[in-house]
Design a protein around this ligand. Sequence first.
Ligand SMILES: [Zn+2]
Ligand SMILES: [Zn+2]
Length: 367
Amino acid sequence: MKAAVFKQPNHPLSIEEIDIEEPRSREVMVNVSHCGICHSDLSMLDLGGAGQLPIILGHEAAGTIESIGSDVTSVEPGDKVMLTPLAVCGQCYWCSRAEPTACIEAQSFTSGLRPDGTSPFSDNGQCVHRGLGVAGFSERTIVQESGVVKIDQDTPLDIACVIGCAVQTGVGAVFNSAKVEVGSTVLVTGLGGIGISIVQGARIAGAEKIIVSDPVAERREAALHFGATHTIDPFNDELLPKVLEETGNIGVDYAFEAAGVAALVDDCVNASRTGGSTIIVGVDATLATVPILPVMMATMGKKIIGSLLGDCHPQRDIPRFISLWKSGKLDLDGMISHRVALNDINLGFENVRQTKGIRTVVEVATT
Ligand SMILES: [Zn+2]
Ligand SMILES: [Zn+2]
């Protein structure tokens, strides 16, 4: 079967014929329909594959079950499913404390391999890694049963796929990590798929003010459509004075850093009010650090919260997000600005690199 494979640093992805195993007892094989390109995929390219080459990237996918292992009970062939990057075990220290995104087994999938060190993919006998446990840029993939969530047969997969990463991460950060209340004030830095999802989550949660900052005018304009109330152009305006101006010199209740730029975490902490929270959602792959002033954090009671995949429990939250979409509260369609065929996936990555639009979706099944 065909997959887009990242084989060599500083080279584009190449479309290859790849071998795939049959699903093991607790695994499922999925025919991938559509998969969004996330900034984390681009970071993997820029990091030269982070020691996981060759690798099939793509972790924001939806598809149809092709076949199931002998012990799988929650889905059957023909079911439409969302794939989720963290396939939880349900039994470890973290799962038993209702913290699924920290699941020890799910975290091991970030290695691109199963917990036993194998991959379901190979190329002439050579192991091919399964990016973030999903490998959505492939006609077929194999994941744990807990890595899929069954969805209604009438759900359009080309739209729903963005729930996998952008919506789980963004709306989940608002609902689960920060628990934004009605009437809150919110700041969002970075308006890609995740930042726009945070804006939507904050609107749905009833935030009174949603201030957004992004250097791309087109994204700021789009954010207003999704629920932002004030925009900041960081090339022309300083963030802190603008936030203080909009919040009566108080600062925001919740500041979300979604650009993946370490220096913006510092800006968010400064723009959050006494007792307010900064939620780190973006991943700064450069490993840059930020200064933290303990005296300020302690005396002002400021909080910093790390949020992975929006602290979502996929089996609970994915159906929740689909029903928000069906009721018209969550706009998924508007988030998809570009579509590319699997054969043209490198053009899609260029969109992400050039911050074009909000989300580029790869049409995997139709190519
Ligand atoms: Zn992602
Ligand atoms: Zn677990």
